[in-house]
Write a new protein. Structure first.
Length: 498
């Protein structure tokens, strides 16, 4: 109807054009369009109920046909002998019973068969329609090329080409292939609608590997990066100095006197420490080179350099040992709650006896010192390599590099290199190099592990190691290879309370 009205509108416009010109024609078209729009809206609103009525009509018609077929078949079966009915049931794999029950079972089975047949025919029709629409959507040139490739030649219309291509497609088992593809898409959509936990159960049931090693490795690495695993290790803060409590106005004098007393104690302690350090260094200098070497070897240090170098190494070692002993004494002097606070701040277990807790803190801090020392060694290695790269540049190039980084250009090549190296440490360039190296090493370490071990790491870190699309694809492949769908585990029925 709408098309007819548009045609009428155009024809009317042409007629009036001869007498009134273009302005009149435009006015007439606008008037006709204004009349059409509400009519088209009304028709659109009317078409939807009509379509629904048609669908209801088809369903009612089918229902009536089924009822008539069932009634006729029931009458036919009632006229048959029990032996003949039993034979029909046996051929269809149905259970026996009295004649009335057997007839009902047979009628239900035959109705189901007819329904399946109608569903199959509808799917076949849909497959053919899809293929036809696919060919119709192709440009004429592409359609011609496809025909030539299939051996279809001659001057043919588009409709004829499509018809011949459909015939070839049907002969090549295209309908069954289309049905198989439709079933695959339906199954894929059903699996994709499930959550990861349900898909994992299906995979476990049939022995399909649900995890991808590379995915677990990358997700673990991402988690570890976010957790700061590859950052520069921070120095352990071994003492928590609390700020002095606020004093009242009346207590100012007492507070100042107490502060002065503490200051004097600290100065006296510092003086004692300096005297002890001087005496210790004096004792070390009094030792022979051989004695110094033995002492260094005993502490698992390599005796290198001159005598003064060995004295300095042993002196610093002694200072470090004293700090460790002081730290241990400090921890032992803490009460239960203070010690637990220290353990919690370092992410350590707060259970166990006091001695075990102190040892846990000491071990953790020792490990942190070793990591920091090892990191320092790595920094020096990166700087050595960086120095070699910089030494390959000319003095002018180094000057430009310093200027670009906002550094003083200096007066010599060596001076500029030192400044660039210091800047590399300060701006995080060296840390980035070491972080990339650490990530690369960790990736290799994880890839060398078994999938089961990676799965445990993912569970411990609460890392989602599953990829839904991978599970769906692998289940579909398994089903295609075995020719059957994976049956989902039956849900456990809840026990009813009596």
């Amino acid at each position: 109807m709408a098309l007819k009205r548009k045609a009428v509108a155009k024809a009317s416009a042409k007629l009036f054009k001869r007498s009134k010109g273009k302005a009149s024609e435009k006015k007439i078209e606008e008037e006709v369009t204004e009349q059409e729009e509400p009519q088209e809206e009304q028709e659109t609103q009317q078409e939807e109920p009509e379509r629904q009525e048609d669908e209801i009509g088809e369903k009612e018609k089918l229902k009536q046909q089924e009822e008539q077929a069932a009634a006729a078949r029931k009458k036919e079966l009632k006229g048959m002998g029990a032996a003949a009915i039993k034979e029909l049931l046996a051929s269809n794999g149905l259970e026996m019973g009295n004649k009335a029950d057997m007839i009902e079972k047979l009628l239900a089975h035959e109705a189901k068969v007819r329904a399946l047949q109608r569903e199959h025919e509808a799917k076949m029709r849909l497959v053919v329609v899809r293929k036809k629409e696919e060919l119709e959507a192709m440009p004429a040139s592409d359609l011609k090329d496809l025909c030539s490739a299939k051996g279809i030649t001659g001057v043919l219309t588009k409709a004829v080409r499509i018809e011949k291509l459909l015939q070839l497609w049907q002969q090549d088992d295209g309908v069954n292939q289309g049905l198989a593809q439709m079933a695959l898409e339906k199954r894929q959509a059903k699996l994709a609608a499930k959550d990861k936990a349900a898909l994992l159960k299906l995979c476990d049931k049939v022995g399909v590997e649900a995890f991808v090693k590379e995915v677990m490795v990358e997700r673990l690495l991402k988690h570890e990066v976010e957790a700061g695993r590859f950052l520069r290790p921070a120095a352990e803060q071994e003492a928590n100095v609390e700020a002095p409590a606020a004093t009242k106005k009346g207590d100012v004098v007492e507070a100042l006197l107490a502060s002065e007393a503490n200051r004097k104690k600290e100065l006296e302690l510092k003086k004692q420490q300096e005297e002890a350090a001087a005496n210790r260094k004096k004792e070390l200098k009094a030792m022979s080179v051989e004695e110094l070497k033995k002492k260094l070897t005993k502490h698992k240090l390599e005796p290198v350099g001159k005598k003064d170098d060995m004295v300095e190494a042993l002196f610093h070692l002694g200072v470090q040992e004293e700090k460790i002993m002081a730290r241990k004494a400090e921890l032992k002097a803490m009460n239960k709650d203070e010690l637990k606070k220290v353990l919690s701040s370092k992410g350590l277990d707060t259970t166990g006896g006091k001695d075990a807790q102190v040892e846990a803190v000491m071990t953790h801090e020792a490990k942190a010192r070793e990591e920091l020392k090892a990191y320092g060694t790595k920094v020096e290695q990166v700087l050595v390599k960086k120095r070699e790269e910089l030494e390959a540049h000319t003095a002018g190039e180094l000057k430009d590099m310093c200027a670009n980084k906002g550094l003083k250009v200096g007066v010599g090549k060596e001076d500029r290199i030192e400044r660039l190296l210091e800047e590399a440490k300060r701006d995080g360039e060296v840390d980035k190099v070491l972080a990339n190296q650490a990530r690369s090493n960790r990736r290799e370490e994880l890839l060398a592990m078994e999938s089961a071990d990676l799965k445990k790491l993912c569970d411990q870190a609460s890392v989602d190691a599953l990829v839904k699309e991978v599970m769906v694809e692998r289940l579909l492949t398994h089903e295609a290879e075995n020719g059957e769908h994976v049956v989902e585990p039956a849900a456990k029925k809840a026990r009813s309370r009596k």
